[in-house]
Design a binder for this molecule. Structure first.
Ligand code: AMP
Ligand code: ZN
Length: 485
């Protein structure tokens, strides 16, 4: 089932391509990580669920996977280009804390979400500030031919590389949001690869460099960590779709410069000049009111979902139900539906939990395994793969061990961790619920007794008093849930 060719959509060519590894038998993947100045919102986490499914798929196909996810703890400005302040410096000033403490706190919060969503640990979490020397070396190597110095920093001249901006499909001079006010830039799209600390200021994070005290540009970080840890060209570079516009075109320009394949005819018709063979981008999770943000309204953190009584894997389920290249609209109803679907799957998987895994190649499951493999191999169509999983669970009169093996294999790719979940674990008490679970259970026992005794007045009274405390009694629920909050 794993031998179908893996087809992936390459944002650089805007085409579906067959994955062929740079290094025989290996897959090397770089994923742009979070900027740790605040908690990640669940939209950010969609990017890592997507990268995780990609990584799991490559492992399942038998490639020896090296996955790098970075942690950006310096250099990302409040604007993706060169305007604004460093996000980390700004938050540290606001909270009157050291940047290092801020970075530590939010990195750990991010890792907690990663764990809760069953996102596998990458081979390495590369932390940007651990690579400052390498960044300076990289910049020195390309400075003469591709950069110029201004008072504010060292700038990359985008006219020195062929096909600049191809990934964004943007016209260099008119690209959206990129006309910035830095005095002296040669082209509007030129960007800082080193930002000097303004005279008379000190920053919490600054390092000496040939261009004066300062900090690296955000785009430089990912070029350097990708090159150092995976080598150019590596196989796949991923990120959210916003990175297709500025961050990744700028990384690509630096990579072209570094490889010495910048000028024509060395342009991007050969994708490997970009540093990676395939560039992949997940689409956004959006709120009805528009783009998700960390500042507007109720900040949609994974913890908020948990506080409201939704198991975090219901959110993973929600992501899997959509194709990663489609926009996904968040709603509480949608999340509730994903949780119900997950409960159903977990309940049917529970019947298999004790069976010793058998031989997955049993012919009864051939159609579902074929459907699953075709879907995943078709640019990670998890929505259809989930249906194949449900169909496999529904197969009747078959050895439990065989079914377990089939379901287990599919779950290794989807990452729901079905055999580690129980129906009870999926029920999370909303944080503001003001009635204890034991009390609910005791009331329900009392109600059952009343009903057996045909004392419907008492039974109804108990039902109503529970309702007043926010508990809905669910007689005849098809999933066998007796109550919900
Ligand atoms: P940041 O911490 O801002 O660098 O973002 C971390 C990752 O989340 C990046 O890959 C972004 O492209 C991605 N991202 C940001 N907002 C969303 C969203 N609403 N939906 C999906 N991905 C997002
Ligand atoms: Zn990046």
């Amino acid at each position: 089932m794993t031998d179908q060719p893996l087809k992936l959509f390459n944002s650089l060519t805007r085409e579906i391509e067959t994955f062929t590894p740079v290094h025989e038998g290996e897959a090397r993947v770089y994923t742009c990580g979070p900027t740790v100045y605040n908690y990640p919102h669940i939209g950010n986490m969609r990017a890592y669920v997507f990268a995780d499914v990609l990584g799991r798929t490559l492992s399942w196909k038998g490639y020896d996977l090296t996955h790098i996810i970075n942690i950006t703890d310096v250099g990302h400005l409040t604007d993706d280009g060169d305007a604004g302040e460093d996000k980390m410096e700004k938050m540290a000033a606001q909270k009157a804390q050291s940047i290092w403490d801020i970075a530590k706190h939010y990195t750990e919060a991010f890792w907690a979400d990663v764990k809760a969503l069953n996102i596998r640990e990458p081979a390495k979490w590369s932390v940007a500030t651990d690579y400052i020397d390498e960044m300076i070396e990289f910049a020195k190597g390309i400075a003469d031919r591709h950069c110029y110095e201004l008072d504010s920093g060292l700038y990359f001249d985008v006219s020195t590389v062929a096909d600049y901006g191809r990934l964004a499909r943007a016209v260099t001079e008119e690209g959206e949001g990129r006309i910035e006010t830095v005095e002296g830039k040669r082209n509007a799209a030129d960007f800082a690869i080193w930002r000097k600390t303004p005279a008379g200021e000190t920053r919490q994070m600054e390092w000496d460099s040939p261009w004066g005290k300062g900090a690296p540009g955000w785009h430089l970080e990912c070029s350097v960590m990708g090159e150092k840890l995976l080598g150019f060209p590596f196989d796949i570079h991923t990120g959210g779709i916003d990175h297709r516009e500025i961050h990744h075109p700028n990384e690509i320009a630096q990579n072209q410069a570094f490889c010495g394949c910048a000028p024509d005819p060395g342009g991007l018709d050969d994708a490997t000049h970009s540093g990676a063979k395939i560039w992949m981008h997940n689409n956004f999770l959006v709120e009805r009111s528009g783009k998700m943000s960390k500042s507007s309204g109720e900040f949609l953190r994974l913890q908020l979902l948990i506080d409201k009584g939704y198991h975090p894997l219901a959110y993973r389920m929600m992501c899997l139900q959509a194709h990663y290249r489609s926009e996904l609209e968040f709603s509480w109803e949608g999340l509730g539906a994903a949780l119900t679907r997950l409960k159903r799957i977990v309940m049917s998987a529970a019947a298999l939990a004790d069976a010793a895994p058998g031989d997955a190649s049993h012919q009864k499951f051939a159609p579902m395994r074929e459907k699953f493999a075709t879907a995943i191999s078709d640019d990670l169509n998890t929505a259809v793969a989930l249906v194949a999983l449900e169909e496999a669970l529904a197969v009747k009169k078959v050895d439990a061990g065989v079914k377990r093996a089939v379901v287990g294999e599919m779950d290794r790719v989807l990452g729901l961790g079905l055999f580690d979940l129980t129906r009870a674990a999926l029920r999370i008490r909303p944080r503001d619920a003001f009635i204890a679970e034991a009390e609910i259970e005791a009331e329900l026992v009392r109600r059952k007794e009343a009903r057996v005794a045909k004392d419907f007045a008492t039974s109804d009274a108990i039902r109503e008093s529970l309702a007043a405390k926010g508990v809905e009694v669910m007689d005849g629920d098809p999933l066998g849930w007796e109550w919900k909050l």
